[in-house]
Design a binder for this molecule. Structure first.
Ligand SMILES: Cc1cc2nc3c(=O)[nH]c(=O)nc-3n(C[C@H](O)[C@H](O)[C@H](O)COP(=O)(O)O)c2cc1C
Length: 397
């Protein structure tokens, strides 16, 4: 099935009689999982109200280039950058001509010029207008610039004419939009990923943690999103920027991360445990800061709950990928972890090598499942994430 999960689509509506169909286009795009924002041209506003489009898209409709309030929140440049694809449906002959000639005479044409997003247009007009040489030349110009043209349907038109020019069915339009995006290997899948380093309090100002930066986990978050998954990112103490297309939940300690994972795990098909979770916590963290003294200080540690083990024990457990960060006997320890936790995949990660692993942009790992063991040679964490997911998808999905 096609999918638009994680995709940001601008639906631009221009001045055609068929603009009354646009709420249904918004619905179909949303059904495919897209986030939709609407631009309404002055001509479009003659045929459909801003209020109905706002109600269906659940966002303010953008219509005025000179709106000073809009420029303070999501202005035309931000809107242009936000979009993964701009769909103009219906596209009037006038708007097509403006875009073909590179004008920036209103909000829509300015956003189109300012955006690198894929542009799709669905011309809709009287059959004679559609056949006009000027219109066809404009479409040819746009095609030469890689704009995708949605061929109009043929049939009886609002004006009584019969011929090409009718706006196609909304589901057909949404389907053609979804086909513009290739990577949909994880479409329809919910993936929960833990990342970062948990922090175990000693007192209100000190904690026990580790060197994990969250870079490997964030590479997996980003790649899963590109592959069409709905990602829940449960993180602790990371140095990398978050992906705003994920549901991002911040935690601190191993206990908090455990609680958060267990709360959200029911809806997941895949669980990827990348976080470096502290095996122990301080048994009795103090309420007040511990004062310096000449005496030695003994902290009593107590074991934390094992998040991966507890997820793997669930009767409706998702497919589980765990990471084994080891400093010695990496493979042996990783294979033991696979067996002891009964998880589906372990990624063995030798963190004793300073050029890979913790806090580094590169990594080198071994993918281990019951059926196979594959070395993934040294590469950027982004490429490693891609390879892990491709091997996993081939074996399990
Ligand atoms: C009743 C009516 C229906 C119209 N239907 C269409 C149409 O289907 N397609 C089209 O290209 N123009 C149509 N037009 C003309 C456009 O609305 C007009 O060119 C307008 O300036 C387009 O503005 P815009 O491109 O900024 O949205 C229609 C005009 C009227 C009065």
């Amino acid at each position: 099935m096609s999918s638009l999960t994680n995709k940001n689509i601008i639906l631009a509506i221009s001045g055609s009689i068929s603009a009354y169909k646009s709420p249904d286009i918004i619905r179909r795009l949303q059904d495919f999982g897209a986030e939709v924002r609407v631009i309404l041209t002055t001509g479009g506003a003659k045929f459909i109200t801003e209020l109905s489009l706002q109600a269906i898209s659940k966002h303010k409709v953008h219509h005025n280039l000179w709106d000073k309030d809009a420029e303070l929140s999501m202005g035309h440049i931000e809107l242009a950058k936000w979009a993964d694809l701009i769909l103009i449906a219906p596209a009037s002959a006038n708007t097509i001509a403006n875009i073909a000639s590179g004008k920036a005479c209103d909000l829509l044409t300015s956003v189109v010029l300012a955006s690198t997003a894929k542009l799709m247009i669905a011309p809709a007009m009287n059959q004679q207008m559609y056949q006009a040489v000027a219109l066809q030349n404009n479409l040819a110009t746009l095609t030469s610039r890689q704009t995708a043209i949605i061929t109009p349907d043929s049939g009886v038109q609002a004006c009584g004419d019969i011929g090409l020019g009718r706006l196609p069915d909304s589901t057909d339009i949404a389907d053609q939009v979804a086909k513009q995006f290739k990577t949909t290997e994880l479409s329809g899948k919910n993936v929960l990923i833990t990342l970062g380093a948990t922090m175990e309090p000693i007192d209100p100002v000190r904690y026990i943690s580790n060197h994990s930066s969250g870079k490997m986990g964030m590479a997996l978050v980003n790649r899963c999103i590109e592959m069409g998954a709905k990602v829940t990112c449960v993180y602790a103490n990371i140095t990398t920027p978050l992906n705003d297309k994920a549901i991002n939940i911040q935690t601190l300690s191993a206990d908090q991360m455990h609680e958060c994972v267990m709360k959200h795990i029911d809806q997941q098909q895949i669980f990827i445990a990348v976080a470096a979770v502290s095996d122990y916590r301080v048994k009795n963290p103090t309420i007040q800061k511990i004062k310096k003294s000449d005496d030695s200080l003994i902290l009593e540690l107590t074991p934390n709950k094992d998040i991966l083990l507890d997820v793997c024990k669930l009767s409706n457990k998702p497919l589980c990928i765990g990471f084994a960060a080891e400093t010695q006997n990496t493979l042996k320890n990783a294979i033991n972890k696979l067996k002891n936790k009964a998880c589906d995949v372990i990624i063995a990660n030798d963190v004793s090598n300073a050029e890979i692993g913790f806090n580094n942009d590169d990594n080198q790992v071994v993918f281990i499942s019951q059926n196979q063991q594959q070395n993934i040679s040294k590469n950027s964490k982004i490429k490693i994430a891609d390879k892990i997911l491709k091997i996993f998808i081939k074996e399990f999905l």
